[in-house]
Design a protein around this ligand. Structure first.
Ligand code: NAD
Length: 298
């Protein structure tokens, strides 16, 4: 919990993290609360690792962060799964998907959380509060897809389809989530299998989420055939560079209600900020700051 006069030192560990919007989001929000808060990107690509493998580097970074009095680390690609081996405790949802994006450091201990899960949950609650969760499909079974799928099941999704080009990856994720959510029907399919499921009139999907990288500036395109979109289906994208993806534009053109990736990006940052400081951030203010940075092209 936050203590008057306490200061916070936080780092973001990952590859290519220097342009991340998360550090400025945390720092500006902390300023508004009068907290002394420094948040530094720690770019693995810029470290001289002398051939050390990722596990050795992560272990050393966590030891150093504890020794130097860091309050917490956020971790991102390619560390979200690998960091688990270096933690003393892991929250239930992070353990369920084997992925951690926030490590709290206190009293010599490292405690892992996943605020991508709670971040997507709050984005969906705020952006599409009456979204029908009876049959939802998630495209992409990577770390982000796992977080989104877990959030949807936590929120009560009855039937969840996880699709990935790598159908084994989709199947493995579906199997581990089915074990944690036995009341739900969870299936992993290939990308082609998803098209077949969406067009099956017995099981119409009520919501679709893109949790793959397709649609990012660096991977332009659309993750599924826009001809499959129907007005009754809500559509979410978690890609946020650009914020208005080709998938979202196609969904609006088809008459679907949509949710952009900014809500999850802000939600994960807001939830990590609260875990680190114990202070409830102003999510609207963080969202406005996020939009401002995206508009500036940062
Ligand atoms: P990842 O590379 O671990 O996983 C992506 C998965 O998508 C892979 O398994 C890949 O096979 C699959 N895929 C790619 N194209 C596909 C297609 N056409 N059909 C089906 N599956 C396909 O990546 P990740 O870490 O899970 O991140 C995915 C995306 O989510 C990135 O764009 C990232 O920026 C975004 N993201 C956003 C937020 C947010 O807060 N909004 C948070 C985390 C990640």
């Amino acid at each position: 919990m936050s203590v008057v006069g306490e200061s916070y030192l936080v780092g973001l560990v990952g590859e290519g993290v220097r342009p991340s919007l998360t550090p400025p989001l945390h720092e500006r929000e902390a300023d508004r609360h009068g907290l002394r808060y420094l948040y530094r990107p720690i770019d693995l690509l810029a470290l001289d690792r002398s051939g050390d493998d990722l596990d050795l580097t992560l272990g050393r970074l966590l030891d150093a962060a504890l020794a130097l009095g860091f309050s917490a680390l956020n971790v991102t690609h390619p560390c979200k799964q690998r960091v688990l081996a270096h933690l003393d405790e892991v929250s239930p949802s992070a353990a369920a998907i084997g992925s951690v994006n926030t490590v709290l450091l206190a009293d010599g201990r490292r405690i892992g959380h996943n605020t991508d899960v709670t971040g997507f949950a709050s984005a969906l609650r705020d952006g599409l509060p009456d979204a029908d969760l009876s049959a939802v499909a998630v495209v992409g079974a990577g770390g982000a897809g796992a977080a989104v799928a877990c959030a949807l099941l936590d929120a009560g999704a009855a039937r969840l389809t996880i699709a990935d080009l790598d159908h084994r990856r989709a199947g493995d994720l579906a199997a581990s989530l089915a074990a944690r959510f036995p009341e739900a029907e969870v299936a992993g399919v290939s990308a082609d299998g998803l098209a077949a499921r969406i067009t099956d009139p017995r099981h119409p999907e009520t919501g679709l989420v893109n949790a793959s990288f397709v649609g990012m500036h660096t991977h332009p395109g659309i993750p599924l055939d826009p001809g499959l979109l129907r007005p009754a289906v809500w559509v979410a994208d978690i890609v946020y560079r650009p914020i208005d993806t080709e998938f979202l534009r196609a969904a609006r053109a088809a008459g679907c209600r949509t949710l952009d990736g900014g809500g999850m990006a802000v939600g994960q940052a807001a939830d990590a900020f609260r875990l680190i400081t114990g202070v409830h951030p102003d999510r609207e203010r963080m969202r406005a700051h996020f939009v401002e940075m995206i508009r500036e092209g940062r």
